[in-house]
Write a protein that binds this ligand. Structure first.
Ligand SMILES: [Zn+2]
Length: 344
């Protein structure tokens, strides 16, 4: 079968790989109906860490083709969401809704023996715990929004939850990529009154406003901090959704949060130390977040998508087939595309 393989920075290709197959009795094989390229795929695309021969892709909606003998709830023919992490669904952490810490869990598309979703098919470990059956057919008009349940919408929601967004809050969203835009949706959904999008791409800012952003800060550094303070009566925001992962983004987060506020980190950190240890301590700022247990959030987010209250699928602005995936990486990396959907 064909799959997306990253060989080294800027070298991503469609390659022939062994067909996806059941390895364990708890596995399922899905045919990929929709996948996408993630902002986090651009980290290895640019500077690593790279695994030579890494199969890429960790977000998908698939159709179940085969299940192992111990799979109980997932059935062939079902349309399912594949969250970016697999999880057994039975351990203590899965029970707590923290599937990304599952004792048997792991991540798709990371270059381990686990495959990637930018492919014709892949094997899903712990199918009952991992996959989430959907009440739609694979050509449903809601497919783009449903696909975001595999990562970006759940991740934006996680940023908002871990930052402690409450009704009436003033919220800043750092980053105007797909996760940041889903963070705007999530903050609005949780009742934030003021949502400041911090980014500098005009088209993305325009979309952020349509999705619920009330203010825009495109400056950086001290200028940006001052603008946020000016917009919030001098206090800073109640909650910061950090959706980038750079040193600058976490520095901005600690600079613009008000006393007693929270920072929800969902950008994969490319820094070793969280800054402002003194200031955040004396101001009782919570610094939380991590890889989103998106599997846990589907129950809550799915009805809002099915009933049209949220439209996170609007983050997709390009669709390619498998052959178009390498150019999709280039387009996202050049900021020519916001988020690329893949129809293998
Ligand atoms: Zn578990």
């Amino acid at each position: 079968m064909r799959a997306t393989v990253m060989y080294k920075a800027h070298d991503v290709q469609i390659a022939d790989v062994p067909d996806a197959a059941l390895h364990n009795p708890t596995d399922a094989v899905i045919r990929v109906a929709r996948a996408c390229i993630c902002g986090s795929d651009l980290w290895p695309y640019n500077d690593g860490p790279n695994v030579s021969g890494q199969q890429m892709g960790h977000e998908a909606i698939g159709v179940v083709e085969a299940v192992g003998s111990d799979v109980r709830t997932v059935k062939p023919g079902q349309v399912v969401v594949m969250p970016f992490a697999y999880s057994d669904g039975t351990c203590m952490f899965c029970g707590d809704g923290l599937q990304t810490s599952c004792v048997h869990g792991g991540f798709f598309g990371q270059g381990t023996e686990i495959g990637g979703a930018q492919a014709e098919a892949l094997c899903i470990p712990y199918a009952d715990g991992t996959l989430y059956p959907l009440p739609v057919g694979e050509d449903d008009a809601l497919m783009p929004s449903l696909l975001t349940l595999a990562d970006v919408m759940g991740t934006g929601h996680h940023a908002a939850l871990t930052a402690g967004v409450s009704p009436g809050d003033s919220v800043a969203v750092i980053g105007d990529g797909a996760v940041g835009l889903c963070g705007v949706i999530a903050a609005k959904r949780l009742g934030a009154e003021q949502i400041i999008i911090m980014g500098r791409h005009e088209d993305r800012i325009a979309l952020a406003k349509e999705l619920g952003a009330t203010d825009v800060v495109s400056e950086r550094g001290e200028e940006a901090y001052e603008r946020v303070r000016a917009l919030t009566g001098g206090f800073g925001v109640n909650a910061v959704l950090e959706c980038v992962g750079t040193e600058q983004a976490i520095g901005t987060s600690t600079a613009i949060v008000r006393p007693g506020g929270g920072i929800g980190r969902v950008g994969v950190p490319h820094y070793d130390t969280i800054p402002a240890a003194q200031e955040t301590f004396y101001q009782n700022v919570s610094v939380a977040g991590g890889p989103a247990p998106v599997r846990a959030y589907i129950d809550e987010l799915l009805p809002d998508i099915m009933e049209g209250r949220i439209e996170p699928g609007r983050v997709f602005d390009r669709t390619v087939d498998l052959d178009g995936v390498p150019d999709g990486y280039r387009a996202m990396n050049d900021r020519e595309a916001l988020k690329v959907m893949v129809r293998p």
